[in-house]
Write a protein that binds this ligand. Structure first.
Ligand code: UD1
Ligand code: UDP
Length: 365
């Protein structure tokens, strides 16, 4: 029997860790599983926990408005010391590249507890982009024992860096597992009534390195798109970061074909993605989910750690300059061939069984 401590703190980590927690908990003869949330996010985290029916065993409740990287890093590091000492896990599982993941992995390292890194091996090799996530994921991989790489490409990054190939397991991404719980054929929502026959652009943007000018540029481009295309409506579930909300309101309020709403729960979000025409985002997880749903994604960033979707043709990196975003979005709206080429459903990130593979590795090693 292995004692597993799963640690996460933000919305995307929760969406990708809850399916794994539920699979591990379905095998009580093999695993005892405790869940520790750091509360780096609050409402956006709790909403995912409730969709997946998970009540945390530990909650560090660290979130505060305007939190800095210093706050998150130090609060999680200190909080995790007590949790790990109390629970005494054989393995600590962390996910991806957030500051929760980095600090929880560091606490495990200080206490000599092996780390399993879910979604290991994603890289841009540009330490400033995304910031601070590229540092976080590289740092976690320095102290990881079990590398759960979502794709072959992620595995190759790790092996090239000198990680022991026998400890790098290609599992698929657990985010694709989540789609099996969330996507429904009979989904209805008042937002879709508002969209009607229009073409829906689903927008999300929140990255730290985009706050300020890049985010103003993104939103101005989107406003121009709605002005040029009367049959387009834009839905933006705005991240709860007050800095993001301020810019969104300044640039996008007062247009009746642009709706700014609170974050959607993950069931609503995934099903509305399925109804969208185009997705404009700077999100990581959405780049993985959209290809599964056959939706073209314009990625408003200068780099991506998810090149598989670019190779498959469903993702396009369009940067953060207003004119470039405007032109690329226009091209996609005006050219049925360009649209068709980007909207082939393909699944480079997983087959929906990543959690089961991770469970097998953990039980056998
Ligand atoms: C964090 C992660 C980022 C991830 C993102 C997912 C780090 C450094 N960043 O960034 O990698 O892509 O989560 O969304 O780990 N807030 C709330 N309620 C919530 C969540 C956030 O009010 O449920 C507000 C708070 O004011 C908080 C602010 O948003 O201070 C920023 O949250 P934070 O976790 O620091 O940064 P994110 O940009 O969300
Ligand atoms: N998401 C959600 N509600 C929303 C917006 C996004 O449930 O209103 C989901 C989305 O499907 C994806 C995840 O949140 O699974 C992405 O989170 P985010 O963009 O905050 O973080 P990132 O993936 O960039 O780290």
């Amino acid at each position: 029997m292995k004692k597993i401590l799963a640690v996460f703190g933000t919305r995307p980590e929760a969406i990708k860790m809850c399916p794994l927690v539920n699979v591990l908990r379905s095998q009580p003869d093999r695993f005892a599983v405790s869940v520790c949330v750091t509360g780096q996010h609050r409402q956006m985290l709790d909403s995912v926990l409730s969709v997946f029916g998970i009540t945390p065993d530990y909650d560090l409740s660290i979130m505060k408005p305007g939190q800095t990287l210093f706050d998150i890093t130090s609060d999680v590091l200190l909080g995790m010391k007590d949790v790990i000492e109390d629970y005494g896990p054989d393995v600590v599982l962390v996910h991806g590249d957030t500051t929760t993941s980095f600090s929880a992995a560091l606490a495990s390292f200080y206490l000599h507890v092996p780390v399993g890194h879910v979604e290991a091996g994603l890289r841009t090799y540009d330490i400033e982009s995304p910031f601070p996530e590229e540092f976080n994921r590289q740092a976690v991989d320095l102290i990881t024992t079990y590398y759960f790489a979502p794709t072959q490409n992620a595995r190759e990054n790790l092996v090239k860096e000198g990680k022991d190939p026998s400890k790098v397991y290609v599992t698929g991404n657990t985010g694709i597992d989540a789609l099996a719980t969330t996507v429904k054929d009979d989904f209805t929502h008042s937002v879709l009534d508002w969209v009607g026959d229009s073409r829906l652009i689903l927008l999300t943007a929140h990255r730290r390195e985009s706050l300020g000018d890049p985010m103003h540029h993104m939103f101005r481009a989107i406003r121009r798109i709605t002005e040029d295309h009367p049959d387009v409506k834009v839905l933006y579930p705005v991240h709860l970061n007050p800095a993001v909300r301020r810019i969104a309101k300044e640039e996008l309020a007062g247009n009746d074909r642009i709706r700014l709403i609170d974050p959607l729960d993950v069931i609503d979000f995934h099903n509305i993605m399925k109804s969208a025409h185009i997705i404009l985002t700077d999100s990581g997880g959405i780049q993985e989910e959209a290809p599964s749903l056959g939706k073209p994604v314009l990625v408003m960033r200068d780099t991506t750690e998810r090149p598989e979707g670019v190779v498959a043709g469903t993702l396009k990196i369009v940067g953060t300059q207003e004119d470039k975003i405007f032109e690329e979005c226009n091209a996609l709206l005006e050219s049925p061939e360009a649209y068709r080429a980007m909207s082939q459903a393909s699944n480079p990130y997983g087959d929906g069984h990543a959690s089961e593979r991770i469970a097998s590795v953990l039980s056998e090693n």
